[in-house]
Design a protein around this ligand. Structure first.
Ligand code: ZN
Length: 94
C-alpha cells in the first residue's frame, strides 16, 4: 500500500471533498425541485384528519384521502399528529 505524503495527498483530499460537496448540492437541489412540485398536507397518523393552513384539523372524505394517495397528486400527505390524538394517545388525557 502506497502512503501519500505532502501536497499531493492534500490536493486529492480537497478534490474528493469538493466532488462530495457538489454531489450533495445536486441531490439537495433535486430534492427541493421535487418538493416544490407538490404541496404537503399533514395528516394525523391516527385519525387521518388533515391540518389546514390556518392550523385547524379537519376530517376529509374518504374520496379525498384516496386522491391524496395517488403518486401524481399535486397535494401529498405527510405524517402529523393532531392535538386530540396527542393528548389521548400520548399524554393519557381524555
Ligand atoms: Zn388525530
Amino acid at each position: 500500500m502506497k502512503l501519500e505524503t505532502g501536497n499531493e495527498g492534500r490536493v486529492r483530499t480537497e478534490t474528493g471533498s469538493r466532488q462530495r460537496w457538489e454531489a450533495w448540492r445536486r441531490v439537495r437541489s433535486e430534492a427541493r425541485a421535487r418538493c416544490e412540485a407538490f404541496t404537503l398536507v399533514p395528516l394525523c397518523s391516527f385519525c387521518l384528519r388533515a391540518r389546514t393552513a390556518a392550523g385547524e384539523w379537519v376530517e376529509l372524505p374518504a374520496s379525498v384521502l384516496h386522491l391524496l394517495a395517488r403518486p401524481t397528486a399535486p397535494v401529498r400527505p405527510t405524517h402529523g399528529l393532531c392535538p386530540t390524538c396527542r393528548d389521548t394517545r400520548f399524554l393519557g388525557e381524555t
